[in-house]
Design a protein around this ligand. Sequence first.
Ligand SMILES: C[S@@+](CC[C@H](N)C(=O)[O-])C[C@H]1O[C@@H](n2cnc3c(N)ncnc32)[C@H](O)[C@@H]1O
Length: 350
Amino acid sequence: MLFAIINSMRYIGNKTQLLGEIEAVINENCKDVHTFCDIFSGTASVAKYFKSKYEIISNDILYLSYVIQRGTIQNDSVPSFDKLTKHLGMSPYQYFDIIENTDHGFKKEQMFFLNNYSELAGRTYLTSSNAELIDLIRLSVEKWFNEKLLTEDEYFYLLGSIVESIPFFSNISGTYGAFLKTWDPRALKRFTLIKPEVITNGKNNKCFNLNYPDLLDLVSGDVLYVDPPYNERQYLPNYHLLETAAKYDYPNIKGVTGIREYKEQKSDFCIKSKALSALELLVSKANFKYILFSYNTDGLMPEDEIKNVFQKYSKNGECKVYRIPYKRFKSRTLINTSDLYELIFFIEKK
Ligand SMILES: C[S@@+](CC[C@H](N)C(=O)[O-])C[C@H]1O[C@@H](n2cnc3c(N)ncnc32)[C@H](O)[C@@H]1O
């Protein structure tokens, strides 16, 4: 399993380490770029990076990704929280530092994380005290939004902040496909929120939570960056707990891991027999001048078959393929593996 873990959220396929290479492909091949679409946005690391240059459209089928995007891409600055700060007599972040000692009014029965994803619940994803803090913070944010003490921009900034923070306190080895039985020191620290950075670009950036064909019915532009899953591992089962933190919808959960239902969020890119037609649907529908497609040599679709799809829709019949040695993290040390490559396919569309 491969993660980028430095300065960004741990997420399978996070492209933080590939930003320079993606930028180099754009600089070498694309002219007059104004809009950039990150259609499988995940942690929004790519959208965040290119926001300093272009108007951004971002999208993902997971709501946990949408709240991160909505908080940092569609928002063009960190919101002020004026009304709430006046109401609380302090900023929400100051309040979250002392929330357990306030008269918050929430009952244990309301606390989904404490009752399902904590030591108390027998699922040691979180300590009971951190699970309760996450519940108190998430419940407060929902209550403030319903009471109109938060604008929509402020609400999504805080939700993104919660989702991005939880992994730093989770007792897992990388994903929420399992919890550890003994405590990782990171999980024992008191839960606090990170404040995500927001790049200001003064443009009309837009975020979506759609299956990709539905997004392509709505948007058009210059560069379409495509970074789908590359193996059978569906994203929702690996990040179900973060999806529930984003939605806080008291889902039915099952099994040892406490996973939520996800039939509406399954990706065709994770199914070998469907991945190529999913790719062709994407390329054929895309109303974009240029397409960059990230994949790797370990993926479900063979390189030559991907190339065939792109050549069919390329203006000059060509598809460039850039090969970048894979950077793998092990015990927080960066090492190169000789047999694995990140691939970036590029075409100018017909
Ligand atoms: C490789 S990850 C993207 C990582 C991202 N570039 C980053 O740096 O964090 C693939 C993403 O595609 C999303 N996805 C998979 N199938 C999708 C679909 N049919 N429509 C929209 N998003 C989808 C997954 O939820 C996942 O977040």
